[in-house]
Design a protein around this ligand. Structure first.
Ligand code: C2E
Ligand code: MG
Ligand code: MG
Ligand code: MG
Length: 269
């Protein structure tokens, strides 16, 4: 940043300065959080649409702030994405998820930022964490959300292909909400499609949503991809999504994100 002495640089837009200050404040706190052990993962189950059996768990990052309490990822991931902090955060998440996997007893889904995916050394760092923690790559699912279309031949596409070559499964997250393109399906970039919860939310109200979901399921079935519906909250949604052909379901109806300890105890009881 600029070492602007008092009065030496007049900000063009005071609002922008406020935003930048806020960003740097959060970034500084987040760096400390990494050191002070304030981050934790909560796990939410994904269940089979037919039998309700837990097929995997998704790791969702939480920041237990000393003063502000529990902070959701959407309010700090974007800040981390502005610097290399996102890489350290992502590596912390992967390592912790790998360490927790044996106790979860299922494959575990890890969200990866598009910023991480752009790094040339992403797969090398990823692989070394799997090795360090003696984790079978087949037990890891990488979930990618897009903020820009993934071009053929890009670093991102190359990294995804390399992950899949070592046996990691790759899911496209929030499908239908971003830039997802049909060539992703045609070119077999992903193993799993996670349908964005906005399609699920007004499923009953808007019949077009139901048709879109059913069509995605049809394509997925012929390509042998899994389809997981996100944000399932009602019994009716569960029933409709299962009959539309979703293979997996995730949402508060099936289980909320919870710390491993609590989830483990609840299941044992
Ligand atoms: P996502 O990967 O699409 O995760 C699903 C989000 O929906 C989670 O929010 C989850 O708590 C919430 N959710 C699950 N079931 C329901 C439901 O039935 N109804 C509703 N209304 N919401 C439901 P969360 O944990 O706040 O995470 C938000 C986003 O932050 C995630 O969306 C993901 O994109 C990102 N994120 C979370 N953890 C990480 C991480 O470790 N690294 C990165 N890069 N991003 C992460
Ligand atoms: Mg996700
Ligand atoms: Mg999602
Ligand atoms: Mg999301």
């Amino acid at each position: 940043g600029k070492q602007a002495g008092r009065g030496s640089v007049v900000p063009f837009d005071p609002d922008m300065l406020g935003e930048e200050r806020h960003r740097r404040f959060v970034e500084r706190e987040l760096r400390a959080a990494l050191l002070m052990d304030e981050l934790e993962l909560h796990y939410q189950p994904v269940v089979g649409a037919r039998d309700g059996q837990v097929v995997s768990h998704e790791a969702l990052l939480r920041w237990r702030h000393q003063v502000r309490g529990m902070i959701a990822p959407n309010s700090f991931i974007p800040v981390a994405e502005q610097s290399s902090l996102i890489d350290r955060l992502g590596e912390w998440v992967l390592r912790q998820a790998c360490l927790d996997q044996p106790r979860l007893g299922t494959p575990v889904g890890v969200n990866v930022s598009p910023v991480q995916l752009r790094r040339q050394d992403f797969v090398a760092r990823f692989t070394s964490i799997l090795e360090d923690t003696a984790t079978n790559p087949a037990l890891i699912i990488v979930e990618v959300t897009e903020n820009a279309p993934l071009a053929k031949g890009s670093v991102e596409m190359d990294n995804l292909a390399r992950l899949r070559a070592i046996g990691v499964r790759v899911a496209i997250d929030d499908f239908g909400a971003g830039h997802a393109s049909l060539h992703y399906l045609r070119d077999f970039v992903f193993d799993i499609i996670k349908i964005d919860r906005t399609y699920v939310a007004d499923y009953a109200v808007n019949p077009v949503n139901a048709m879109v979901v059913a069509a995605v399921c049809d394509i997925a079935r012929s390509l042998r991809l899994d389809v997981i519906a996100e944000g399932v909250e009602t019994e009716e949604q569960r029933r409709q999504l299962a009959s539309a052909g979703c293979t997996g379901l995730q949402g508060y109806l099936l289980g909320r994100p919870e710390p491993l300890v609590r989830r483990h105890t609840a299941e044992a009881a």
